[in-house]
Unconditional design. Structure first.
Length: 200
């Protein structure tokens, strides 16, 4: 191999390494500023999908997390008394946003990407929902999730396994009778929510 070819090869390798590093640093690893910016953008656009992408994989996979995330950005957008442009910074600094229906609890965590770059993301805690049935019909109960345009039957055990932060709406029937519409709000603090169902 000629000296000229070796120099060209070394330059090519350096370009690939530098380019790859920059790609990872700017596209794969998420800085705290970019995390804050993504959160703010999600709230400004009421984009629940973008908001949910800022969370750990485990949090994203919580059942009905898409419904919760959409309701959180709507609440932040419509009710926050803090400036919308500052919401990302407020959340990433570990504070709660003022004016929302509940004080959402989010935590910033980090991981290493390829052992070199620090990437930041959000985590939260699931809130179990315990259904208290005072209709007199025992376990003969049907719970339908009606949030987010869904009309999906869910079980008490699914609710008890915990919900991502947000508002969830239900239609409940027991003994073939309509018991009405109910809702719960999860804050992400891990606390158990009691959903009391009575005769309509």
């Amino acid at each position: 191999m000629k000296k000229k070819d070796i120099i060209a090869l070394v330059i090519a390798v350096v370009v690939v390494l530098v380019g790859g590093s920059l790609f990872i640093k700017t596209r794969v690893a998420v800085s705290e500023n970019r995390l804050a910016s993504n959160i703010t953008k999600a709230v400004q656009n009421k984009d629940g999908k973008l908001f949910l992408k800022q969370f750990s994989k485990d949090n994203q996979e919580i059942k009905f997390s898409d419904i919760g995330a959409q309701s959180v950005v709507k609440d932040l957008h419509d009710n926050a008394t803090d400036p919308t442009s500052e919401i990302g910074k407020i959340i990433t600094s570990g504070q709660t946003v003022s004016g929302t229906k509940v004080d959402y609890r989010f935590t910033v965590e980090s991981k290493k990407v390829l052992g070199l770059f620090t990437s930041y993301y959000l985590t939260t805690r699931k809130s179990p929902v315990r259904v208290l049935n005072y209709t007199g019909y025992g376990d003969d109960m049907t719970i339908k999730m009606t949030s987010g345009g869904k009309n999906q039957t869910i079980t008490k055990s699914q609710l008890n396994s915990g919900l991502f932060p947000g508002r969830y709406d239900f239609d409940i029937t027991s003994g073939g009778e309509d018991d009405g519409s109910y809702w719960v709000r999860s804050a992400g603090d891990g606390g158990t929510i009691e959903l009391t169902v009575t005769e309509y």
